[in-house]
Design a protein around this ligand. Structure first.
Ligand SMILES: *Cc1c(COP(=O)(O)O)cnc(C)c1O
Length: 394
């Protein structure tokens, strides 16, 4: 079934939590305190499938179960195939370990000069500042440490990380991630950002966060003031499906954008969630309407227990091909595989080039028409008289 709700209204409301005062509902600390974290709570709200029950039984040894009431409302409880449901409710597939899957598939631990800092690329670092999130994505690339269900005991050492960045002038770009950095208090976040801003060689600061999607209430005017004060701060949000693009998310994105935060989106290509050209097109269109530029589309990392989410790379390429040329260029994300073992992000592109010789490049456009672009600069007509006002080359 193609997803045709591209022009649908932006979902808004308290859904199952009508009885809660709106002031509580809009309070991010209320949302956090009232998260659904146990299978019993889940079963009080919906009927789980056998597959989900089996997944939930082991979630707490793998990656904690947590869903904010706000995000839970986006689940279609009558549909076992609901794309929102699949992202946050554990399924039995999480217990299956398939060929090639790893706990730390990007070898982040092997690229960490100090705990919590991943220095893979020459000029930029990934700074993991917490192991907590507002809700947990069942395909999380950092399941090994996030939520601490596996007793990894990650204790972010800000001072050590900051000192490393201070003493490495080649680091011009710092990416705050985790866990979700926006779960830190305003005070902690301001401390971190102000320290980074004070480092002369740090030109670019960005935050990777799914808080606007799971807990848009956290994007308060006070938080936005911090971004304004220390900006430019860039942000990558993580939206996977058009149903996540609610009035609340849109408003949160607007608060960020008006505070001068340029917004990008990172989606993970997930089976049964967004592995469909129509769904992806509806998503990227909605993102643009929320001032968010689709940045990356990730092939899912080879995390243990992730195979039930895995999509064929040829499908991903087909989705990109269905977007490029067919819609706004700004709407097309770069499809990448983060190389297993830690090679960094590598672009996966549909092949438009048919042939390149010394004479020409032959390629196809988005409609499949063939074109040639000559590469030789052989003069065909040489002027016999010098051209007035132009320099004739010898
Ligand atoms: C993704 C990532 C970055 C940022 O990569 P960009 O392509 O610049 O967005 C930096 N460091 C690590 C370890 C990463 O995984």
């Amino acid at each position: 079934m193609p997803y045709t709700e591209d022009r649908a209204a932006w979902f808004e409301g308290q859904g199952l939590w009508q009885h809660i005062p709106a002031s509580d509902w809009r309070d991010w600390t209320w949302q956090l305190k009232n998260r659904i974290t146990t299978v019993e709570q889940l079963e009080r709200l919906m009927t789980l499938t056998a597959d989900e029950k089996a997944g939930c039984a082991h979630a707490n040894q793998k990656l904690a179960l947590a869903i904010t009431p706000y995000f839970f409302n986006l689940i279609d409880r009558g549909d076992p195939d609901c794309p929102i449901r699949k992202q946050v409710i554990p399924r039995a597939g999480e217990l299956v370990v398939s060929e090639g899957e790893m706990l730390d598939s990007l070898d982040e631990d092997g690229h960490s000069p100090v705990p919590g800092l991943v220095h893979r690329y020459p000029d930029r670092v990934l700074f993991l500042v917490t192991d907590r999130c507002a809700a947990y994505c069942r395909y999380c690339t950092r399941s090994r440490l996030v939520s601490n269900a596996q007793d990894y005991n990650f204790h972010p050492e800000y001072e050590q990380g900051l000192r490393y960045i201070e003493s490495h002038p080649e680091v011009r770009d710092v990416l705050l991630s985790g866990g979700d950095p926006l779960l830190l208090s305003d005070k902690k976040l301001e401390h971190l950002i102000s320290r980074l801003r004070a480092i002369k060689h740090v030109e670019f600061i960005r935050i990777g966060s799914r808080i606007p999607v799971f807990l848009p209430q956290r994007v308060t005017p006070e938080l936005c003031e911090i971004f304004k004060k220390y900006g430019p701060i860039w942000m990558s949000v993580h939206v996977n499906h058009p149903k996540e693009c609610t009035a609340e998310l849109k408003a949160a994105c607007e608060r960020l954008a008006f505070a001068g935060v340029p917004l990008g989106n990172q989606s993970v290509l997930l089976k049964g969630v967004n592995d469909d050209a129509d769904v992806m097109k509806a998503l990227v269109h909605r993102l643009l309407r929320m001032r968010v530029r689709p940045y990356y589309l990730y092939q899912m990392d080879l995390i243990t227990g992730g195979s039930h989410f895995k999509v064929d790379v040829r499908k991903g390429l087909e989705i990109i091909q269905s977007l490029r040329g067919h819609t706004t260029g700004y709407a097309v994300p770069q499809y990448v595989i983060d190389a297993p073992g830690g090679g960094g992000k590598v672009p996966m592109n549909p092949d438009y080039v048919e042939k390149i010789t010394d004479d020409e490049v032959i390629f196809r456009n988005y409609e499949g028409q063939r074109f040639s672009y000559p590469l030789k600069a052989d003069p065909r007509e040489v002027p016999t008289e010098p051209i007035v006002g132009a320099r004739v080359l010898a």
